[in-house]
Design a binder for this molecule. Structure first.
Ligand code: TYD
Length: 133
């Protein structure tokens, strides 16, 4: 549980590159939802939440952006700037995203359908839930 940056194998030939994301090969959960964030305005910081149950793999398929990841004890920043890197987030991790390049397309594979009840959008509540675990 937690988060980690992962490398995806790039398949390619003289025509260009291809990366396949596949359950149990490089995605360790059932994918029930995919969403993407793009056209993010300059200076925007988003996220500001944790999930109770959701597992996610975030891939910056174009451009770059930076994640702030907070497990309640420490904060770390991870930048995504290539389609062959993914950020796997499992368990209670507070996340914020910023530094979106103009061309950034951030694709997120998610283990569950969208469920607002799975969100913790208040940082104080997040810390409280961490301490209850
Ligand atoms: P929001 O949670 O604010 O995005 P971020 O990941 O930056 O915190 O989501 C923006 C809006 O989109 C909000 O009204 C919820 C909605 N939404 C969905 O309907 N389905 C989804 O899968 C996601 C991720 C968001």
């Amino acid at each position: 549980m937690g988060y980690k940056k992962v490398d995806f194998k790039t398949l390619g030939d003289e025509r260009g590159s291809l990366i396949a994301l596949e359950k149990d090969y490089n995605i360790p959960f059932n994918v029930n939802r995919v969403y993407y964030i793009f056209d993010t305005k300059d200076g925007v910081r988003r996220g500001y939440h944790a999930h109770i149950k959701l597992k996610q793999m975030a891939v910056c398929v174009k451009g770059s952006c930076t994640f702030v990841l907070d497990d309640g004890k420490k904060r770390e920043e991870i930048s995504l700037d290539t389609p062959n890197h993914g950020l796997l987030i499992e368990g209670l991790i507070w996340r914020e995203m910023y530094g979106f390049s103009e061309d950034c397309v951030l694709v997120v594979l998610a283990s569950e359908h969208y469920d607002e009840d799975d969100y913790i959008r208040d940082y104080e509540k997040f810390i409280k839930v961490i301490h209850e675990q």
